[in-house]
Design a protein around this ligand. Structure first.
Ligand SMILES: [Zn+2]
Length: 471
C-alpha cells in the first residue's frame, strides 16, 4: 500500500464515519419530531426516504433563509412552511441541445453594451429587437436579470434566451439569418406560508431570518402597524407572525409576497392586521373589522420636532400675546408635508400671515390647515387626496422666523389642539362585508395562532408570559 493509497483509505473511513454520525443525528432529530414513526424498526426503504427528506431539507434551507433555524432548537427564530414546495424542475442536459452561457445584467449595463462586451455583432441584436414583444422585454432589463447565450465554434450567436415575464421564457434560435422563437411557459405556484419570529436584536434581522422579504417587513412596519406601534420602542422578546402569499417558480420565490394577515405582540399587547379589499381599496383591518388606518395621522411630517404648542403665547414676530391656534413643527425647508387624513382640497394659495397655505376638508366638519409652505405639492382645489399624500413642503413664507410647519385642526370651525383632540374613528365594516371579512380573517388568524402555540406555548408556560389574552 503506497502512502497515497493509505491516505485515500483513511479519507474513505472518515467519510463512512461522518455518514454514520449524520444518520444518527438524523434519526435523533426525526425521533424527536415524529416519535410515532419510531415504534417500529425502520427498514431500508424508510431510511432512504428519510435521507431524501433530509437532503430536501438541506435544499430548502439554502432556498429559504430561516428555514434551517427550524431544526436548531437553540434559535429563537423559526419558520414553518406548511405547504409543499412546487416541484423542482431538474433540467437534465439535453443530448443535442445548445450549451447556454448565462450572463447576469449588471447595474447600468445595456443590452448593446453586453453584446459589444461579448464580441457579438450589433446587427444580430437589432435583428432580435425587431420583434416588438422581445424589444419590450429586453429594453426593460433589470440588474440581475439572466440572459442565455449559445454560441457556435466560430463564436457566432446560435441561440439567445431571456425571460419575457416571470412565467415566460423565450428561446430564440438564430440560423441562416432567420430567427425561430420558442416560448416556454414557466409554471408558477402560489403558496401560503406562515412566518413567525421573536425579536432578539432587530426587527429587520428577525423578519429576514423568518423568511420575510424586506418589502414584506416594510409593509408590516410602515403600513399595517404604523398607527399603533412605535417601532422605536420594540424590545427583544417582542414577536410577530405573518401569513404571506408567495409566488414560487422552479423552487425560487419571486416577488415580495403579500401579507394576508399579521400579528405583532409588544409591551404585553397583541395587535392584528388582516388584509381585505373593500370598495376597490385594499386595507388592513383589526380582527373585528375596524380599519387599522386612523382617520388622521398625528403628525403631518415625520420625525419633526414640536417647536410651539397650542394656546396663548408670546408671538415671536408680532411681539405680543396672541392665541396660537395650532402647533408648530420645526423642520428643514423642503421637508414634505402630508395630508393628515383622506380629504378634499379646499384651498391652495396665499393668506396674509400664513404665507403659502393649504386647507383640507375631511368631511364630518373636520378641516386641517398647513401654513408657511415653501411650495405646494401637485394638488388643486376640489381634488380628493388620500392620507399621506404630499400636499406641500416646509418653508417660512408669511409671518415666520424660520422654516416650520404651522398646523391647525378645526372641528366645525372651532380650533382644537391637534395633539389632544379626539379623532373620529374610521367606519368599521358592516353587514355582508363584515361577514365576508370574518370568513377570510378567521382561517388566517387560526394559522397564526396554531403556529404561535407551536413556537411559544412552552415558553409562556415556563415564564408565565401569558399570550392567550386576546379577545
Ligand atoms: Zn404656528
Amino acid at each position: 500500500m503506497t502512502l497515497s493509497d493509505h491516505g485515500r483509505a483513511r479519507k474513505q473511513q472518515f467519510k463512512r464515519r461522518l455518514g454514520i454520525l449524520h444518520a444518527t443525528l438524523l434519526r435523533r432529530t426525526l425521533k424527536k419530531r415524529f416519535p410515532a414513526a419510531f415504534n417500529t424498526r425502520w427498514g431500508r426503504s424508510q431510511w432512504i426516504h428519510a435521507s431524501l427528506f433530509a437532503t430536501i431539507g438541506a435544499l430548502l434551507a439554502t432556498i429559504i433563509p430561516g428555514f434551517s433555524a427550524q431544526l436548531e432548537p437553540s434559535s429563537q427564530v423559526r419558520t414553518i412552511l406548511p405547504l409543499s414546495l412546487p416541484p423542482l424542475t431538474l433540467q437534465a442536459p439535453a443530448a443535442e441541445g445548445p450549451h447556454w452561457e448565462i450572463v447576469q445584467i449588471q447595474p447600468g449595463q445595456t443590452l448593446g453594451g453586453l453584446f459589444a462586451q461579448m464580441g457579438l455583432s450589433a446587427q444580430v441584436m437589432h435583428q432580435i429587437l425587431e420583434s416588438a414583444a422581445n424589444r419590450e422585454a429586453l429594453t426593460r432589463l433589470r440588474p440581475g436579470a439572466e440572459l442565455g447565450f449559445a454560441r457556435g465554434e466560430d463564436g457566432s450567436l446560435l441561440g439567445f434566451r431571456f425571460d419575457r415575464s416571470p412565467s415566460q421564457r423565450v428561446e430564440l434560435s438564430l440560423a441562416g439569418g432567420k430567427i425561430h422563437e420558442k416560448v416556454l411557459e414557466r409554471a408558477t405556484t402560489t403558496r401560503i406560508a406562515v412566518a413567525s419570529a421573536e425579536i432578539t436584536h432587530s426587527l429587520y434581522a428577525a423578519g429576514r431570518k423568518a423568511g420575510l422579504s424586506p418589502a414584506s417587513i416594510a409593509v408590516m412596519t410602515d403600513e399595517i402597524f404604523k398607527y399603533d406601534i412605535d417601532f422605536k420602542d420594540v424590545q427583544p422578546g417582542d414577536r410577530f407572525s405573518a401569513v404571506v402569499e408567495e409566488t414560487w417558480r422552479e423552487g425560487e420565490r419571486i416577488g415580495a409576497g403579500k401579507i394576508l394577515a399579521a400579528t405583532f405582540t409588544t409591551n404585553g399587547k397583541t395587535y392584528s392586521g388582516i388584509r381585505f379589499e373593500h370598495n376597490g381599496k385594499t386595507e388592513y383591518y383589526t380582527a373585528d373589522g375596524r380599519p387599522l388606518k386612523k382617520s388622521f395621522i398625528r403628525m403631518p411630517i415625520p420625525y419633526a420636532r414640536l417647536s410651539s404648542k397650542f394656546g396663548a403665547r408670546h408671538h415671536p414676530v408680532l411681539g405680543k400675546m396672541r392665541m396660537h391656534k395650532g402647533v408648530d413643527y420645526a423642520a428643514g425647508t423642503g421637508t414634505p408635508i402630508m395630508a393628515a387624513g383622506d380629504a378634499k382640497v379646499q384651498f391652495v394659495g396665499q393668506q396674509r400671515g400664513y404665507g403659502n397655505v393649504v386647507i383640507l376638508d375631511h368631511g364630518r366638519g373636520h378641516t386641517t390647515l398647513y401654513a408657511h409652505m415653501s411650495r405646494f405639492g401637485k394638488i388643486r382645489p376640489g381634488q380628493h387626496v388620500a392620507q399621506g399624500t404630499v400636499i406641500g413642503y416646509v418653508g417660512s413664507t408669511g409671518l415666520a422666523t424660520g422654516p416650520h410647519l404651522h398646523y391647525e385642526f378645526r372641528v366645525n370651525g372651532q380650533h382644537r389642539n391637534p395633539l389632544s383632540v379626539t379623532m373620529p374613528p374610521p367606519e368599521p365594516l358592516k353587514g355582508a362585508e363584515l361577514a365576508a371579512f370574518k370568513a377570510q380573517a378567521a382561517p388566517a388568524l387560526a394559522r397564526i395562532e396554531s403556529m404561535e402555540q407551536l413556537m411559544y406555548a412552552s415558553a409562556a408556560g415556563n415564564g408565565g408570559k401569558s399570550g392567550g389574552k386576546r379577545g
